[in-house]
Design a protein around this ligand. Structure first.
Ligand SMILES: NC(=O)c1ccc[n+]([C@@H]2O[C@H](COP(=O)([O-])OP(=O)(O)OC[C@H]3O[C@@H](n4cnc5c(N)ncnc54)[C@H](O)[C@@H]3O)[C@@H](O)[C@H]2O)c1
Length: 327
């Protein structure tokens, strides 16, 4: 079966999805919808698809089997629920929605429509993360006792679209946007879920009303402790996750690979060659559609990421530890 796909939101990430679809013979991209016609027209020429300014018109005319939703976060719920009502399978970009309540509305709509929903948590498809997960599972470095995840990048750079700095549209700043990746990475590689969380945020950004840094201490359902430290102010870029075991350490450096220390020295671990993460993400969605099974990065899973982020904001506001319901 060949699946017709359409994209809602022709912004920065849309090209990753369109490039991935090109690599999948079982999928064909047919259209893109963006109220900014110039974005749609540029993509339409590049990928030989039809541009629309109204996503509803696009879905009604093109009748896609799969819709990719890649719009500002405050539109995720509204667009996802509407697309469910039209029977489209969904690849909904992360973070799933602004809060848990909105996630529940999407989950309900997906279930009553009987569609497959995958949320774009790309950490599940990065080769170094997959290798780190296997390392933990093999237990060859003993017990995993702590994870230290550190990310610094200049979040306030001029080319970031303005909606990212408006809490009402983005749901939050660096913790909502990139903290979602850190929570997902920790949950994915350990196979556990965030159970309790304490956080402190700062708001010194040059624009908007979102937090520009965050420091989080969390424990997972397996009793593992982890910290997440993120700063979006100017500085030196870092994207590193240290895994501390009883008999060694491992270091994930995003986009570069995995280093393992067995006797006091780090050695780079060769990674398995695999397809582009965005291709693998679509493969998971297609498998979910064909099998009727939930994909790994399902809506229910993605809701756990939003619950953890919600707990980060609540902990910062109230000054105490937050306990999460775990599934
Ligand atoms: N998986 C990843 O690693 C990753 C990376 C970047 C972004 N993202 C996520 O992808 C999503 C989009 O981010 P982006 O960086 O591409 O943002 P962007 O601002 O570049 O793109 C969003 C696009 O949505 C369009 N849009 C606004 N309202 C719309 C509507 N009603 N209908 C259709 N289009 C509409 C905007 O005009 C814009 O072109 C976000 O959820 C973001 O967090 C994920």
């Amino acid at each position: 079966m060949s699946y017709k796909a359409a994209i809602i939101g022709g912004g920065i990430i849309s090209r990753n999805h369109l490039d991935a679809i090109r690599q999948l013979p079982e999928m064909t991209a047919v259209a893109v919808a963006d109220p900014d016609l110039s974005k749609g027209t540029t993509l339409a020429q590049e990928y030989a698809i039809t541009p629309y300014t109204d996503y509803r018109e696009m879905v009604l005319v093109e009748k896609p089997d799969i819709v990719v939703i890649a719009v500002p976060h405050y539109l995720h719920r509204e667009i996802a629920v509407w697309c469910c009502s039209k029977g489209c399978h969904l690849l909904l970009e992360k973070p799933m929605a602004l809060n848990v309540k909105e996630c529940d509305e999407i989950l309900e709509a997906a279930e009553s429509a009987g569609i497959t929903l995958l949320v774009g948590h790309t950490q599940h498809y990065l080769p170094a993360n997959i290798q780190a997960k296997k390392l933990i599972q093999r237990g060859e470095l003993g017990e995993l006792i702590a994870i230290q995840d550190t990310r610094h990048l200049h979040y306030y750079k001029d080319d970031r679209p303005d909606w990212f700095f408006e809490k009402a549209k983005s749901g939050g700043g660096i913790m909502m946007n990139l903290g979602a990746h850190s929570i997902d990475k920790i949950q994915f590689i350990t196979g556990s879920r965030v159970a309790r969380i304490r956080a402190a945020l700062s708001y010194y950004g040059s624009k908007g009303d979102v937090e520009g840094s965050g420091m989080v201490f969390l424990q997972t359902t397996d009793g593992l402790s982890a910290t997440i430290v993120q700063s979006g102010y100017e500085g030196v870029s870092v994207d590193t996750t240290d895994l501390i075991f009883t008999q060694g350490m491992a270091r994930l450096i995003s986009g570069k690979g995995l280093w393992i220390s067995r006797n006091g020295q780090y050695e780079q671990s060769p990674l398995e060659v695999q397809e582009d993460p965005f291709v693998l993400q679509f493969r998971d969605l297609l498998e979910g559609i064909n099998s009727g099974q939930e994909p790994e990065s399902s809506g229910a899973y993605a809701r756990t990421v939003i619950a953890a982020i919600e707990a980060i904001y609540a902990s910062d506001a109230q000054g105490g530890e937050q306990f999460l319901e775990t599934i």
